[in-house]
Design a protein around this ligand. Structure first.
Ligand code: ZN
Ligand code: ZN
Length: 354
C-alpha cells in the first residue's frame, strides 16, 4: 500500500487538519472536522459539474463542520448554493449529518442506499423508545451486567444532535450509474460497516470513493446491533472481496488519507478478521459457555478495557457479537437460547484414540 495523500498524512502526524486539495482536475477533497473524535475529520469530496457540484458525504451537523464545508467549497470556487447532488456513502452522522442543511441551501438532491434510508425513522426520528428497548434487550442477551446497561443503551443518543434527519430524494442501487452528467460514477453496495454502505467507482479515472469500507489505517467497526441484526461481518467480508480486484489507481477514503494499493489493503483487513475470529474461537475454548460480554472481556483491544467507555464499549460488544455470529454460521461455534445467550466452541472433530 502506498500513501498518495502525503499532505494529509503529514498533517495527521502533526495532529492538524489537512488542507483542501484538488486531487484531480474536477475533484476536490475537503476535510471537515469531527471535534473530540479520534477520526479527527471526514473527507468530503467535491465533484465539479457543468452547473455546480456533486458532494460525496458532508460531515456532522455542527456549525464548525458547516463552516469548514463552506470554506472548502470556497477554495474550490463554489458556494453551498452550487450543490446539485449530495451522495452519501452511509447513514453515520459524520457522513450524513449535514445532508439536509446542504439541500436546504441549494435544492440539491440527496442520495442514499435504501438499506440505510430505512433506518432513519427509528434512529433519528423523534421517538426512539423502540430503538432503546431493543438495544436493552440485545445487551441483556449479550450478558452485559445490569449496572452497565443504561450507559451502553443510551451511548449513541448524544450523537443524534449531529444529524438533521433528512429523507433522501434518490435511492442508490448496486452497480447502477449515478445520474451525474459528465461523470461515469457507479454505485457499489458494500454492506458491513452499515447495512446500506456504498462506494462510488469513477470508471473513467479509475478511482474508488471508498467511504468507511476501506480505510488506510483503521479497520472499520463491523458490529451486530439492533439496526444490523443478522450477520454483518459475513456481509463485510463479501463486500471486501467485491472491491479487491477492481482496477483502481487511487482510493479516496472518507477518513485518514488517500492511498494506492487496494488489494493489499483489503488483504490486511481480511487477515485482521481472520485472526480476530481465531482469537474469539480460542476464547470460547478457554471458557466454554461464556456470554458475549465475557468473551469481549477476554479479547485484546487497542487500549485497556478500563479506558473504553460508553459508545466505544457498546461497539466492542457488538463487534464481538459479529465475530461470534459468523463463527456460529460457519459451524465453528454454537449458542444457546438462554438469557443471556451462552456460547460454546464447536466440538473438536473426533480424533482416533492412540
Ligand atoms: Zn461510518
Ligand atoms: Zn466515518
Amino acid at each position: 500500500m502506498e500513501i498518495t495523500g502525503t499532505l494529509q498524512r503529514r498533517s495527521w502526524d502533526s495532529a492538524g487538519l489537512p488542507e483542501v486539495e484538488r486531487v484531480r482536475p474536477g475533484i476536490w477533497s475537503v476535510p471537515v472536522p469531527l471535534p473530540n473524535n479520534p477520526l479527527r475529520y471526514v473527507l468530503v469530496y467535491l465533484l465539479e459539474l457543468d452547473d455546480g457540484l456533486a458532494v460525496i458525504d458532508t460531515g456532522w451537523s455542527t456549525e464548525e463542520a458547516w463552516n469548514a464545508l463552506v470554506a472548502g467549497m470556497g477554495v474550490a470556487g463554489y458556494a453551498p448554493a452550487d450543490a446539485r447532488a449530495v451522495l452519501i456513502t452511509h447513514i453515520h452522522p459524520d457522513h450524513y449529518g449535514l445532508a439536509g442543511r446542504l439541500r436546504e441551501a441549494s435544492g440539491a438532491w440527496v442520495a442514499l442506499h435504501p438499506a440505510d434510508a430505512a433506518l432513519i425513522p427509528a434512529r433519528y426520528g423523534l421517538d426512539v423508545t423502540a430503538l432503546l428497548a431493543n438495544m436493552t434487550a440485545l445487551l441483556i442477551d449479550a450478558g452485559v451486567p445490569a449496572d452497565q446497561r443504561d450507559e451502553l443503551t443510551g451511548a449513541s443518543m448524544g450523537i443524534r444532535e449531529f444529524v438533521a434527519a433528512a429523507e433522501p430524494d434518490v435511492l442508490l442501487a448496486d452497480r447502477v450509474p449515478v445520474a451525474l452528467p459528465g461523470w461515469d460514477l457507479v454505485t457499489l453496495h458494500t454492506p458491513g460497516h452499515s447495512p446500506g454502505h456504498v462506494c462510488f467507482h469513477d470508471r473513467e479515472r479509475h478511482l474508488l470513493f471508498s467511504g468507511d469500507h476501506v480505510l488506510p489505517r483503521i479497520s472499520p467497526s463491523v458490529a451486530v446491533h439492533v439496526q444490523q441484526p443478522d450477520n454483518p461481518l459475513a456481509d463485510f467480508i463479501d463486500a471486501l472481496a467485491r472491491v479487491r480486484d477492481m482496477d483502481i489507481d487511487e482510493v479516496l477514503p472518507a477518513h485518514e488519507w488517500r492511498f494506492r494499493g487496494l488489494a493489499p489493503r483489503v488483504d490486511e483487513l481480511l487477515e485482521h478478521h481472520r485472526r480476530r475470529l481465531e482469537e474469539t474461537e480460542a476464547a470460547l475454548r478457554a471458557q466454554p459457555g461464556s456470554t458475549c460480554w465475557e468473551t469481549t472481556l477476554r479479547l485484546r483491544w487497542s487500549r485497556d478495557w478500563s479506558e473504553i467507555h460508553g459508545f466505544m464499549r457498546r461497539a466492542a460488544v457488538g463487534e464481538t457479537l459479529a465475530h461470534l455470529v459468523l463463527l456460529e454460521r460457519s459451524g465453528r461455534a454454537r449458542s444457546t437460547a438462554e438469557q443471556p445467550v451462552r456460547w460454546y466452541p464447536a466440538p473438536e472433530t473426533a480424533r482416533p484414540s492412540s
